[in-house]
Design a protein around this ligand. Structure first.
Ligand code: NAD
Ligand code: LMR
Length: 352
């Protein structure tokens, strides 16, 4: 049996976490022979609910669950963690403008970035789920001087899975046979679900089997607005599918993604495809044992370029709205970190 890995989850008594922590305990995120220690973090007001979550974890009698600790602060909650899934965030309240929401979350994710930098395992890998996920990831990473920005990611895997699911339904094929979809940009209504490079497992092109107008006018907006459609239908935001996406994201990042396929991750832009450096932008990537690599050399047509730039513009605007709250960044900081070239050591080998 391996040494356990420490996994922090914030917002651990909320809806997404309630669909996720039991699946982490059962091995779906880190594999069937990887024990886990869950370090669950909540707001002080939700600690009682969190105790209930912990009781149910105990009642599941999961063989891979080494132990569970409960925390009302991130300094303790992030101590020694190898993975952190940052789900808890301030939801948009009545009368709150986008700028207010960005600023409220900036304070939360600045504290979390600093705590990860000070207390987590130096090789920690972080997934930001709480919205606005891309800009929250930027804030956390900029407040984590001891960590590389490449250790922070924002979740666009849900959008990726959504477009794959919709294509499968449209073409009457199994979702597992749709490969090489890509989400570019922000986890928001400006994201660009790109099917120009997608193929089915028989090698046929997806875009050739879609009606061009239907793709542009129906499918793209349906993916962009799917989160809102679920809120409208359920009265609550997506939770089961968001949990699935978080599990997919972390599992692929830690263990490697299918080498015949791509996945989408919100990562620090290194300037690939002309996207501004330093924002957290979703790119198609492949993962290999803790490292990710942007798929390079894709042909970008005029329509794609326009949509990729629209979502880049939104991310630049979001950054401008909270720029005054970010610690100053030196030019070297951009050039000195390795984005994805150095595979991380598997976390379980680092424990002594
Ligand atoms: P929820 O309201 O059910 O749960 C959120 C939990 O986070 C609550 O229990 C709350 O007490 C806790 N929390 C809030 N601030 C916290 C903090 N500073 N530290 C620790 N805990 C904190 O919400 P949910 O449905 O679980 O969604 C969580 C977030 O995920 C929301 O921001 C939502 O918009 C976002 N989301 C993102 C995606 C994505 O694809 N990136 C998809 C779905 C939802
Ligand atoms: C989703 O895509 O389902 C969520 O990000 C929607 C939301 O605003 O919580």
């Amino acid at each position: 049996m391996r040494h356990p890995v420490r996994v922090a989850v914030t917002g651990a008594a909320g809806s997404i976490s309630y669909s996720m922590v039991y699946r982490i305990a059962s091995g779906e995120m880190f594999g069937p022979d990887q024990p886990v220690i869950l370090q669950l973090v909540e707001l002080p007001v939700a600690m009682n609910a969190l105790k209930g979550v912990a009781m149910e974890l105990a009642d599941g009698a999961y063989p891979l669950l080494h132990s569970v600790t409960l925390h009302d602060n991130v300094q303790e909650g992030f101590a020694g963690v190898h993975y952190a899934v940052l789900v808890g965030a301030r939801p948009r309240g009545k009368g709150m403008e986008r700028q207010d929401l960005l600023e409220a979350n900036a304070a939360i994710f600045a504290e979390q970035g600093k705590a990860l930098s000070d207390f987590a395992n130096p090789d920690v890998r972080v997934l930001v789920v709480g919205n606005p996920a891309n800009t929250n990831a930027l804030i956390a990473s900029r407040n984590a001087p001891n960590l590389s920005p490449s250790q922070f990611t924002a979740m666009t895997r849900l959008d990726h899975n959504r477009v794959v699911g919709m294509v499968a339904e449209k073409l009457g094929v199994n979702a597992g046979s749709v490969r090489r979809a890509a989400i570019w940009g922000n986890h928001s209504a400006t994201q660009y679900p790109d099917l120009h490079h997608a193929v089915l497992d028989d090698g046929s092109s997806v875009i050739d089997q879609l009606d061009a107008a239907d793709y542009r006018e129906n499918l793209i907006p349906a993916v962009q607005k799917r989160g809102a459609a679920i809120i409208e239908a359920r009265g609550l935001s997506s939770a089961a599918s968001a949990s699935q996406a978080a599990i997919d994201h972390m599992r692929d990042w830690a263990a490697g993604s299918d080498r015949h396929d791509w996945v989408s991750m919100g990562i620090i832009s290194d300037g690939s495809y002309g996207i501004a450096k330093g924002i957290f932008y979703s790119f198609p990537v492949q993962c290999n044992f803790g490292a990710y690599r942007i798929i390079q050399g894709l042909e970008i047509n005029e329509m794609s370029r326009e949509l990729m730039q629209a979502t880049e513009k939104e991310l630049l605007e979001e950054r401008a709205m909270i720029e005054h709250l970010l610690p100053k960044e030196t030019e070297e900081a951009h050039d000195n970190f390795s984005y994805s070239s150095e595979p991380h050591k598997p976390a379980h080998q680092e424990l002594t």
